[in-house]
Design a protein around this ligand. Sequence first.
Ligand code: ADP
Length: 634
Amino acid sequence: MSVETQKETLGFQTEVKQLLHLMIHSLYSNKEIFLRELISNASDAVDKLRFEALSKPELLEGGAELKIRVSFDKDAKTVTLEDNGIGMSREDVITHLGTIAKSGTADFMKNLSGDQKKDSHLIGQFGVGFYSAFIVADQVEVFSRRAGQPASEGVHWSSKGEGDFEVATVEKAERGTRIVLHLKSGEEEFADGWRLRNIIKKYSDHIALPIELPKEAAAAEGEEQPALEWETVNRASALWTRPRTEIKDEEYQEFYKHIAHDFENPLSWSHNKVEGKLEYSSLLYVPARAPFDLYQREAPKGLKLYVQRVFVMDQAESFLPLYLRFIKGVVDSNDLSLNVSREILQKDPIIDSMKSALTKRVLDMLEKLAKNEPEQYKGFWKNFGQVMKEGPAEDFSNKEKIAGLLRFASTQGDDGEQAVSLADYLARAKEGQDKIYYLTGETYAQVKNSPHLEVFRKKGIEVLLLTDRIDEWLMSYLSEFDGKNFVDVARGDLDLGNLDSEEDKKAAEEVAKTKEGLVERIKTALGESVSEVRVSHRLTDSPAILAIGEQDLGLQMRQILEASGQKVPDSKPIFEFNPSHPLIEKLDSEQSEERFGDLSHILFDQAALAAGDSLKDPAAYVRRLNKLLVELSV
Ligand code: ADP
């Protein structure tokens, strides 16, 4: 062992300790994945070197084939992985193997319940990477040297995976990283050529560079131990360059886990080769589960970009719109230059046409999934539905296609699950129905019982129930689907079109005429609180409701604006009353103007409450109501 200098002991970041604990206790049934994770890192490190060497060939230090070597020592109970990739400097090692850089990690760790079953589910969402070494090892040593640094600048990292780790500066002749796992007692099975070979074949066959194991060359009796001979055990070609028909599902799945750092299989994938004016291959995946940081602004997103098989960058964001940021995959272009930068990507017209083609591919893949595997699609929607709802605003040209992928709760479901597509809705629309009706609100419980739905229930017309924060905003971008307009049932003067018979309409007009006097009285009583008072034909059971003006902001949008500190334009609701409700009849015959005023205000406030709004003057409401209650009881 060479001389160690500048030795120091450092503590792991709290989140690393939590992750280590979680991992060791939740992944024991799937221990062998440690090798996949370490090989995946080694392969990334080689990719990075290859790319950096394009502009700095001296980093290759005179060549040597890029590869990963895995070896073992049965007696010492060690497994060793070595790559000749980019390597790490002392600072790199301290940050990369001592902290977790992902934003939102600390918040995520707060979700840990201590219940190992539940938490093991979370680990998949997080991805484990390097630290998975501690599933099988009770001591891990890393020897690394960053390409381009002198041999004297090697670094030795060592830890038992508890609270801290040691780093020291050492001599390291070869560039790259060597990881030595000291196997825990009971895990000696991994120090075995056969076992390692099987694990590599199973999880890492798709890795594009050679993974070598020592050949099992037994020394003949009386001979010296022969020099190690190595053999490549994986296929060592880039998966996406192979023809689709030759790739097994398992290979696609393992490749996904490598690039996405995910534990679960993807829901679906789409592998394509485009030839002609533009030449590129793409392999796109829909994950089964949302990562913990899906809504973090700085969370990694985008595809892995290769140019003519050479890795160029991770998280190339210019190839897909933001609302598809959960898609993982690679794109390998023959047209881009190897020294392409993020800035160039943003401006290059080639990228624009690739982006629109890739977007179509993803939307097609999702359509197929929805059609062929509706159960899987339900899961997809639970995880990514909220993000998909950003689509119509961002991607005007695919609005109709995206709308077809949306799923909603509706009055026909009884549990609030978002499972109804617009196509389902239209397929069971009433004869003569040429609108898509919807209602937005805070919670499913609130909208489900909204008085706005009374007439729809009576006529048996389905209404979509939208209660996600983003819904009202979404609907401001969706005006029609399949030629049918969307209608907010809480807005304006509800016109049911052909769904109201001529007789109904006539009867309603008659009633309205006889109530003109009452309308005026209420108007005077409510004064500035309302923009209009009118007779309602959408109520059967409730005495009154508030409708939103055709151009006014709805409650959700108002709340979003208020929460972000913006000034919300003043708007007054329309007060609609149900002329045949006993309370309204009572109001109509009320002689005392004071009591008429009180009752009108109470009805107004109740309508606001039923819509999920808060009262401007709750104390006044209580005072008026109590006054009436006292009068009632004497
Ligand atoms: P992730 O791979 O998800 O970033 P890891 O914990 O697996 O997380 O690794 C942390 C970082 O350590 C990597 O991003 C990389 O920068 C560095 N690293 C890990 N293994 C190697 C390696 N073999 N060669 C060079 N750098 C490595």
